[in-house]
Each structure stands twice: as C-alpha cells, then as structure tokens.
Design a protein around this ligand. Structure first.
Ligand code: 4AD
Ligand code: MG
Length: 471
C-alpha cells in the first residue's frame, strides 16, 4: 500500500499493451444492443414453424457449397441450422454470410421450417443477417487438443458441444437436488465460508489471514447446518467448499461444491433411505430432461436406468472387507479405508450404488458417534458413505452426529481441537440436544458419474486443482 494515498500501488504493466489492441476490422460491427431487433431463443423456434423468427447467437460450424451455406448457430438454449441460399437473399446478405467464421456473433432473421433430421426438429431459412463480430481463428478446432491446452483455454473450451452438455447436466443436478429438498420440507441455510473450525480432516484446511487472525476456508457447512436444524428443522446448504488436499486424481478438486443436509431425529437407516430417494430422483430428472446432452456425451443410458429402477446395496464396512477379500483376494484389513481400487471392485460386483456403513472410527471425523459391535474389539462409528456404480467412487458421505455433550468433549480433547473454536457447537449438545443425522453430496463427483466424463476437471466451470488456478 502507498501510505500517502492509501490506494493500492500502481504496478508496472507486465506486457506491452500497445501490441494487444485489435484492428478496426476485428472490432464489433455494432455500437449497442439497440441496433438489434428483439429476438427469440432458439429453443422457442420449435413453436414457430411456418413463421418468421429472429435469433441471436454464435456460429460454430459452417458448410458451404457455392450457392448454399449451412450455418450451425447456438445461443445456449439450443442449436439450429441456418440455411443461406444465394438465390434467395440480397448480395449484401450473401457477402455478410460469406464473411462469417466460427465463433462469430450475429443476429439472423428467417423462416422457421420443420426439419426431421435436426435433434430440435427445425431449421431456419435465412432472409437477413446482422453480423456483430467476426471472430479471428478460434484456438479450439476440430483437431485433438491436449488437456493442458484445453484447460488453459477453459473460458473458450466451455463453448464446445461436450462441455456445454456437461454444464447442462450439472445445472439439472443442482436443480434436481434443490427441488427435491424443497419438496421434502428442507429450508436452505447459507453457511459461512470463513470458519474457525475444521469439519473433516484438519490436515486439509486452507488457512486464511483474517485481519491478523487465523481462520480457514470451509471444508463443509455441516457443523453450521447442525446449528440451523435446532432452529428450522430440516435444513441444507449448497455452496463451494475447499480442501487443501495434495491429491491429483480424476475425482479430486481443491474447490468443489457440496450440498450438506441435516435430518433432525433421524438415524442411519432413515438417512440411507433419504439419500437413496434423492439420488434416484437426480438420475430420473437427468434421464427425463437431459437425454439430448447424455446422447452428446455417448452415455450408456441403460446403466442409469438400472440405478433409477433397482434398489441400492447396503453393506457394513466389515462385510465389504470380507466380500472383497473373498471375491478378489484383496488382502484388506478390518481397519482399511475403501479407496479407488476397492470402489472399482464393488462396481464389478454391483450395477447399482453401494452404501457402506459402520466404519472404523480411526479413519472418520470427530463428530460421529462411536460404538462396538458385540464380539468385536474395533471402535466403529455410525457413518455411511455411498459408492456410486461404474467405478465412479464415493459421492456421498454422511453419519449420525454424536449428541452427548460429554462424549463429544472427550473426542475434542483426544484430537487436541481448540475448545474455544467449538464452544458454540458444543452448546448444541447442551440446550435440547437430539439424535440427528446428515450427509454431504459432492456436486462434481455426481456430475462426473452421471455424465460419464473421465475426469472431474470437466464437471466444474473453472477447475481449481493442485497445479491449476488459471483462468
Ligand atoms: O465425505 P465428505 O468429506 O463429508 C463431509 O464433508 C461431511 N461433513 C458432509 C456432511 O455430512 N454434511 O465430503 C462429502 C462429499 C464426498 O462424498 C464427495 O462427493 C465430495 O464431498 N468430495 C469431493 N469432491 C471433489 N473433490 C474433493 N477433493 C472432494 N472431497 C470430498
Ligand atoms: Mg467422505
């Protein structure tokens, strides 16, 4: 900071700006939106067969054969083929059409005709065109690009058909979860992102300097959602969470979106019933409303239909260990975590998601209630993870919450957590404590599973990963 003015210092420009300006030729051809006619969305043209329509959008494909041009135009709502016939338009319109390049922006007017071959059922016979901007050669073309190149150009890659399909599916899942929860009587409760407490593993916290004090970015809004349920009953949050995990796998992000839900007075069986119903609803909504996007991604729909229609599997952690040891000679011990290889084995055995409950306490979080099974010496917790089918891995994590004040206090002490940070959370066990359960679902893991894309980096608009913070 500059002491005299209290304004941020002006940094030296790191590039020569003068070389960055576009030529007059590349600048937009209109001055403002008022030069455009009122338009409809492409999706709406379905109901305008036989009528004239005006649409705005971007060209993403051009085929030309001398006297006729086919422009593929998208506006986000849908895509449409626009046919330009030299004999049917003025010379000026034909020349404007000829000047178009991929990703040029424009407004077109024309007659909407039925077209049985189009996935949207219509095409446009062009009569007028307003070019907004002619785009220079688009960096992302038809040829194969490596993942680093695509991720460096994520802001442009998002326009591709496959990435649009994934984002549409993400949107569907978001609304499916939100609508389901609303119908089930849940109240949305926005939990803070700056938190003094750790919800899951303390080693994965992002530390933030908060005006000289230390705080963290949230790993999960769960603890705050628990406070909410004592006031509002069934509650949930849905927002970004952060994990400083040094994992570089196809299912780990540093910043991702989680929905945390809390079910007052519920135990683990009710929790599993609820999670199963919600997941079936998500899959059903995607099959119903995103069939086109799933087909773009070449997703095997029959696998999702099975998930929608068949009952999920429920196994204790102990049963899973025994099952994998006997079927795959996995050599797992009773205290082992279920990682990617084990999740893949489960997917070989089952075509539906698998709930794994009653985990060894030492690999789970502080807030889960402990117990011992008769004849067993292992300390377990009433936790449940849901492993999705087709090797997609864990997408939901949940548990009953310890609601006895003294037992929870013991656990804080054992883990050396700072009591003063959790004093408010402990109050919940002092004033009208109740048995309760909850779970979190990772949005991107769910999108990855349903859309079938291999890597989680394609399931979030701008991925934050171990070695990626741009764009
Ligand atoms: O299993 P987790 O860590 O559970 C919790 O945070 C609980 N507090 C939730 C609750 O009970 N309210 O995380 C929940 C889910 C996982 O099942 C997974 O889908 C996702 O969050 N997740 C990740 N997604 C992407 N990248 C990561 N690094 C993730 N870590 C967890
Ligand atoms: Mg988990």
């Amino acid at each position: 900071m500059n002491n005299k003015t209290d304004k941020p210092d002006q940094k030296e420009a790191d590039v020569d700006f003068s070389s960055l300006y576009l030529d007059e030729h590349n600048l937009p051809k209109i001055k403002s939106a008022s030069e455009l006619e009122k338009a409809t969305t492409i999706i709406n043209t379905k109901s305008l067969i036989g009528k004239e329509a005006v649409i705005n959008g971007w060209v993403y494909g051009i085929r030309s054969s001398g006297k006729i041009m086919f422009l593929m135009v998208r506006d986000g709502s849908a895509d449409i083929q626009v046919v330009v016939e030299k004999s049917q338009v003025t010379e000026e319109v034909w020349e404007d059409a000829q000047s178009l390049t991929n990703e040029s922006s424009l407004q077109v007017k024309g007659l909407i005709k039925e077209d049985k071959r189009s996935p949207f059922g219509v095409e446009m016979q062009l009569t007028a065109i307003k070019v907004i901007q002619i785009a220079p050669e688009f960096p992302i073309g038809k040829k194969e690009h490596g993942p680093d190149f695509l991720l460096d150009n994520r802001h442009l890659w998002l326009r591709s058909q496959s990435q649009r399909a994934v984002m549409q599916i993400r949107d569907e899942i978001f609304w499916s979860i939100t609508s389901f929860l609303r119908e089930e009587g849940f109240v949305r409760f926005d939990t803070p992102i700056f938190q003094p407490v750790s919800c899951e593993d303390t080693s994965e916290l992002f530390e933030v300097d908060y005006f000289g004090d230390k705080t963290y970015l949230t790993q999960s809004g769960q603890l705050y959602c628990e406070a909410a349920e004592f006031a509002l009953g069934r509650t949930y949050d849905f927002g970004p969470v952060f994990r400083a995990e040094k994992s570089k796998t196809r299912k780990h992000l540093i910043e991702f979106w989680m929905m945390d839900a809390e079910l007052p007075f519920a135990g683990l069986d009710e929790l599993m019933d609820f999670e199963e119903a919600m997941l079936k609803r998500i899959v059903s909504d995607c099959l119903k409303n995103k069939a086109y996007e799933l087909s773009i991604l070449k997703r095997d729909i029959s696998k999702l239909e099975t998930v929608r229609d068949k009952k999920f599997i429920r196994h204790s952690h102990k049963e899973v260990i025994e099952l994998l040891n006997s079927k795959f000679d996995a050599k797992l011990s009773e205290l082992d975590d279920i990682g990617a290889p084990e999740e893949a084995m489960l997917s070989e055995l089952y075509e539906v998601p698998v709930f794994i409950y009653d985990w060894p306490a030492e690999i789970k979080a502080f807030y889960m209630p402990k117990f011992k099974r008769p004849g067993e010496n292992i300390e377990r917790v009433r936790a449940v993870d849901l492993v999705a089918s087709e090797g997609a891995g864990e997408i939901m994590g949940g548990a009953e919450r310890e609601f006895n004040y003294n037992i929870l206090l013991d656990e804080l002490k054992k883990r050396k957590y700072k009591y003063e940070d959790y004093a408010w959370y402990m109050d919940l066990r002092k004033y009208g404590s109740i048995p309760h359960s909850g779970f979190g679902i990772g949005l991107e893991r769910t999108v990855r599973w349903i859309s079938g894309v291999a890597h989680i980096r394609e399931t979030i608009p701008f991925p934050r990963m171990l070695n990626r913070l741009y764009p």
